[in-house]
Design a protein around this ligand. Structure first.
Ligand SMILES: [Zn+2]
Length: 465
């Protein structure tokens, strides 16, 4: 009998990796993501499955916590097929190469320090290199299109459906026949927020025997999007008119493009004070290029921008900051700057040097517009830290800190339940991709509203489907 094992995103948000093993021995891995935040050390542990036995690797979408460990699979002998949408593969390539680059830098830094102690042999090498990423991407690929059945072999098919989470994102419907009975397992991947500014809403499905569903925000509902947009505008307006600057730590993919669209809307409506807007993230600049390549998959608002201006994201105030030198030059600006920089959870990237130069000053504002995982610097600031240490310096947090929840790329509790209600036939429900305390609340809500059997998945446990 077929079974699923989760080797990540079980009672945690990151590290997605769900292995479906069929009766005939075929193995399909849904995502192979990096652990982030407090679970980061799990990345250095051996993969809990044999990479060379995997026949198909499916990417639901390109986020690091869904694709980030897959180059390790190539190193360990994976030579199967990779199945994803084209935008997902484009974005995944950017994300994985960036990850390889960061690991290489960290390795050199640790190596240098260890050398001084005569302990260079103790430094573990990076999990993978850019070459491993390139090699993974040369494997046989199948490009998924939303709603088109891909027949992998007799009695085994997969269909991708638009999840509205980030460009190219999908939930996947896997159908197979076992002992003459057709079965269906759906993996939600990450489901988008209906109010996403750059993407259409997630699609719906009619039936499944088994549903693996994410539960990132299973415990709560987002603030109203209109309130969030108002809050966003207020922070920008108040800070700029008071002579300050706005720092926006942002994920390179999706959130950045949403912010650009919001700022562009403000600009076009005459709501934006005089300012300079810096997109200070090479990765976000590359990601925006991918969004420009697939404009047909973007929202109505983006289509309107494209028709009116010939470009979805560009507008006169916006500057793309490519080099580190240009990034440092922003520090000379006294006021009137909006700085969008990575990393989204503030664990690295150019946002750190902007923090160093701006956090101590109460005129400035930091605006969090994305999820901050436990153990990240972003989470500490959101939770009210009075100071942080950066580059061996204590930096006071005097800037105002704002958390805007409505822009989540994830569906909230009511949207997740509404999405489940669209199934005319829904079998067992399994919760993945969420912090346990939130999953417990989500489980209660599903049982109450949908009268379904719900199970919170443990790492590694075999679940027969
Ligand atoms: Zn995601």
């Amino acid at each position: 009998m077929a079974f699923v094992q989760s080797f990540g995103a079980a009672k945690v948000v990151t590290g997605s990796a769900h292995l479906l093993t069929l009766d005939n021995g075929k193995k399909i891995l849904i995502d192979c993501g990096m652990f982030q935040g407090e679970n980061e050390e799990k990345n250095t542990k051996e993969l809990e499955f044999s990479s060379d036995e995997i026949d198909y690797l499916i990417f639901t979408h390109a986020h690091l916590d869904h694709v980030g460990r897959s180059p390790i699979m190539f190193k360990e002998g994976f030579r199967g097929e990779v199945i994803a949408t084209r935008p997902t593969l484009d974005l995944a390539s950017i994300i994985m190469l960036d990850s390889a680059h960061l690991m290489k830098e960290e390795y050199h830094w640790r190596f240098k320090k260890a050398q001084r102690r005569g302990e260079e042999n103790m430094v573990s090498s990076p999990l993978y290199t850019a070459q491993d990423v390139e090699s993974l991407l040369t494997l046989k690929k199948r490009y998924a299109k939303y709603g088109k059945i891909i027949h992998l072999q007799k009695d085994l098919s997969v269909t991708f459906h638009n999840a509205g989470h980030i460009l190219g994102s999908a939930f996947v419907e896997i159908r197979f026949v076992e002992k003459g009975v057709e079965k269906c397992v759906v993996f939600s991947g990450d489901l988008g927020n209906k109010n996403d500014i750059v993407l259409p809403s997630p699609e719906n499905l009619n039936e499944t025997d088994t549903l693996y569903i994410e539960s990132t925000y299973g415990d709560r509902n987002h603030k109203d999007i209109d309130d969030s947009v108002d809050e966003f505008k207020d922070v920008i307006n108040n800070t700029l008119t008071d002579g300050g600057n706005v720092l926006i730590p942002s994920f390179a993919i999706e959130r950045t493009q949403e912010i650009l669209c919001m700022l562009k809307s403000m600009y076009k409506n005459g709501e934006l004070p005089t300012c300079r807007i810096f997109l200070d993230s090479p990765m976000a600049i590359r990601a925006t290029r991918v969004y420009n390549k697939y404009t047909d998959q973007l929202s109505q608002l983006c289509q309107t921008f494209l028709e009116e201006d010939g470009s979805v994201f560009d507008f006169p105030r916006l500057e793309f900051v490519k080099t580190p030198e240009a990034s440092k030059k922003i520090n000379e600006i006294q006021d009137g700057a909006i700085i969008i920089a990575g990393s989204g959870m503030c664990n690295g990237g150019r946002i750190l040097h902007h923090f160093k130069h701006r956090l101590w000053n109460k005129k400035n504002a930091v605006m969090f517009v994305g999820f901050q995982a436990k153990g990240t610097l972003g989470r500490r600031i959101v939770e009210g830290a009075k100071w942080i240490e950066l580059y061996h310096e204590k930096i006071m947090i005097n800037a105002s800190v704002h958390t805007i929840n409505g822009f989540s790329a994830h569906a909230d509790q009511s949207e997740l339940i509404e999405w489940m209600e669209h199934f005319e036939r829904l079998g067992n429900v399994f919760l993945i991709h969420g912090e346990e305390e939130k999953q417990i609340i989500f489980k209660e809500a599903i049982m109450q509203k949908l009268d379904k059997r719900v199970h919170i998945v443990e790492g590694g446990e075999m679940i027969y489907v």
